[in-house]
Design a protein around this ligand. Structure first.
Ligand SMILES: [Zn+2]
Length: 321
């Protein structure tokens, strides 16, 4: 049995990495962007519907990067510049045919296999491309908008308003009872044996901590206290930011599952969780998710790998589990 962790912060999360400087001051500098695009050392990859071409070798993955001359037409997304001066772009366009040994993959599939640089580039590119794909018109007058040079905003040519990428905050929380058992639930939309911690979107005009208390009560009837933040990672599928929390459930409460959202919810001690995984009674989220890291931080160390053999559930809600 592993010793319980007393740390409240998470180790490096798969999609919360990156090594390039985002050079935010260059996003509107057309001369600098043109010069970077003319430089054959500049590295470019194509992103399309959340996927990019990657090479996977021996549980390590890398983005297929090319020169600007090789890139198709599409919205250019300035991602940043590395310490050696190389500039990185993504182009939001149809994926080109994959060369031998290369395949199209999503962040869910390869996020934890990529190195720090490529994990950051891919996450950044998917977040921007997903926004462009779904925000094509001015919300004020319906005119088609025009992307600004670096791809980090768009402008309405009719009224001149500038529009920025949207991120939806969502909370994800591990609740423990006075015996330090952890609350795990199976979403009604999930097939098979998958369980995870609770999660939900932050409501308009609500704090993240308020959202934790509300979501836990709505989904399980449990009232929590002592809500504390443990870390975050972007989950741009299509546009969430997962805010991780721990919370305490005072004694004397009974789980009452909201069957619109959940199929079931149970308390697990560390021994019970390990036994259920080994018996293949449950499957935990993959290592690309913040959920797994929060569960392992509570458990006190890595848990046996479990696979979620079914494809990930479609749609944005509930996110990041
Ligand atoms: Zn407009």
């Amino acid at each position: 049995m592993n010793a319980p962790s007393h740390g409240e912060t998470l180790d490096t999360l798969a999609l919360a990495r990156g090594t390039v400087d985002r050079v935010t001051e260059k996003r509107d500098d057309q001369d600098w962007l043109d010069a970077a695009w003319r430089d054959p050392r500049t590295r470019v990859f194509v992103v399309s519907d959340g996927r990019a071409l990657v090479r996977i070798d021996d549980e390590r993955a890398g983005l297929l990067l090319g020169s600007p001359a090789e890139a198709p037409d599409g919205i250019r997304l300035l991602l940043g510049q590395d310490p050696a001066g190389l500039v990185y772009f993504a182009v939001n366009a149809k994926l080109p045919p994959a060369p031998d040994g290369v395949q199209a993959a999503s962040l869910r599939e390869v996020g934890s296999l990529l190195g720090d640089r490529d994990a950051g580039l891919f996450t950044h590119a998917v977040a921007l491309a997903n926004w462009h794909d779904t925000h094509t018109h001015c919300p004020l007058d319906g005119t088609p908008t025009v992307p600004e040079p670096g791809g980090h905003s768009s402008r309405c040519p009719k009224d001149g308003t500038e529009h920025f990428p949207r991120t939806d905050p969502a909370v994800i929380m591990l609740v423990t009872d006075p015996d330090d058992r952890c609350l795990l639930a199976r979403n009604a939309a999930w097939p098979g044996r998958r369980v995870s911690i609770l999660a939900g979107f932050v409501d308009p005009g609500e704090s993240a901590e308020q959202a934790v208390v509300r979501e836990v009560a709505e989904e399980t009837g449990i009232k929590v206290k002592n809500v504390r933040y443990v870390g975050s990672q972007p989950w741009p599928m299509p546009r969430s930011l997962m805010l991780g929390f721990r919370a305490d459930a005072p004694a004397g409460q009974v789980i009452s599952v909201d069957h619109d959202e959940l199929a079931e919810a149970h308390w697990f001690s560390r021994d019970e969780l390990l036994a259920a995984i080994k018996a293949r009674e449950i499957a935990l989220p993959p290592s690309v998710s913040i959920a797994r890291h929060i569960i392992e931080a509570w458990f006190g160390g890595p848990l046996p790998p479990t696979t979620w053999p079914e494809p990930a559930p479609p749609g944005p809600a509930p996110p990041g589990r």
